[in-house]
Ligand binder design. Structure first.
Ligand code: NAI
Ligand code: MG
Length: 328
């Protein structure tokens, strides 16, 4: 029995979470689900984008599913705060091309492991006269931990190579430490191939030869940018899942936001959420069921008969979800 906290958020966050719960219910596993609130609608009702009660529930559960939330003017982002509260120091984002979905190439299978706590996201900006400064904090500790997560992810998903992405020709100190930490931790993984690229070249190779990548490990901002570049390469946000993982907690969420343009229409693509559930199942060590969920999504995409409008079809969120469940 797993205790899950479900945080739908608002907009299509609610719709894809409902689809995700429907699928969870059909799996051969026992879950106890607790719902919690966050986001824009929550702020309008409670005055908070992330109530303490939500954090408490999240901390007590085995894993957390988050839908999406619309940003609230002048209020902190609930998901950024939640990642901090739970100390989920790594963000995992698979980038995969699927048969039946338009993609620049048909054999892309990359996992990006992004440092999730520091770098340019330390959110420490200040003024010094005319200069406006954003601190970019890199620590040896966080760099080693994220490298370790990248090598472990490489092993878990049966891949053979990890590429470190940095800019240490310019950022000699900070990215020097990041790159050094990568090769130091890499010594513990003699069977895994290692290489490294400057981020600008890495971004180009992502377009010209993405098949060369297996696992990429990067600092926070570089990882963020490469992840969206990757999502664009293979069929868009409706298919992009992610996991935020730390020593004690795992928080899983589609990469997309609340999509106000299609919210309430029941046409959001449920795949990003369902693939996030697969990542969650891997985290819970339910490897076989995770693989089955992935395969069911792949089959439905390949058949191409039941798909949401973003993929060129006319199915609803629930119709596509049910089709995926049929393949399980
Ligand atoms: P978005 O990801 O919500 O939407 C971008 C575009 O992709 C839209 O055209 C949308 O219709 C489409 N799209 C996204 N997910 C889809 C799905 N599952 N199926 C079909 N189409 C999909 O990004 P946007 O428009 O920049 O942001 C909207 C709101 O969401 C903003 O308030 C933003 O701050 C918030 N946001 C929240 C995130 C989170 O909660 N983790 C992440 C990103 C944005
Ligand atoms: Mg992003």
């Amino acid at each position: 029995m797993y205790n899950l906290t479900i945080i739908p958020g608002d907009g299509i966050g609610v719709e894809v979470t409902e689809a995700g719960e429907y699928l969870l219910d059909k799996l051969d596993l026992n879950f106890s689900l607790t719902h919690a609130r966050a986001g824009y609608d929550c702020y309008n009702d409670t005055g908070k984008t992330l109530p303490e009660e939500t954090i408490k529930k999240a901390k007590k559960s085995d894993a957390i599913l988050f839908g999406a939330s619309t940003s609230t003017p002048g209020q902190p982002s609930p998901i950024i705060r939640l990642r901090k509260e739970l100390n989920t120091y790594g963000n995992i984002r698979p980038i995969k091309s699927y048969k039946g979905v338009k993609s620049l190439y048909d054999n892309i299978d990359i996992i990006i492991v992004r440092e999730n706590t520091e770098g340019l996201y330390s959110q420490n900006e200040y003024m010094r006269g005319d200069e406006i400064i954003a601190e970019r904090v890199i620590t040896r500790k966080a760099s080693e931990k994220i490298s370790e997560m990248a090598f472990e992810t490489c092993k878990l998903f049966k891949k053979n190579k990890v590429t470190c992405v940095h800019k240490n020709n310019v950022l000699k100190l900070t990215d020097g430490v990041f790159k050094e930490s990568f090769y130091k931790i890499g010594e513990k993984y003699p069977n895994i191939e290692k290489n490294d690229y400057y981020v600008d070249a890495a971004a180009m190779y992502m377009i010209t030869q993405p098949q060369e990548y297996e696992v990429i490990v990067a600092t926070n901002l570089f990882g963020d940018i490469l992840s969206d570049e990757g999502a664009g390469l293979v069929g868009g946000l409706g298919l992009a899942p992610s996991g935020n993982i730390g020593a004690e907690h795992g928080l899983f969420e589609p990469v997309h936001g609340s999509a106000p343009d299609i919210a309430g229409k029941n046409i959001a693509n449920p795949c990003a959420m369902i693939l996030s559930i697969s990542l969650m199942l891997n985290y819970l060590k339910e490897y076989k069921i995770a693989e089955n969920v992935d395969k069911a999504v792949q089959k439905v995409l390949e058949k191409g008969k039941v798909k949401t409008p973003d993929l060129g079809g006319n199915a609803s969120t629930m119709e596509m979800t049910k089709e995926i469940i049929k393949e399980l």
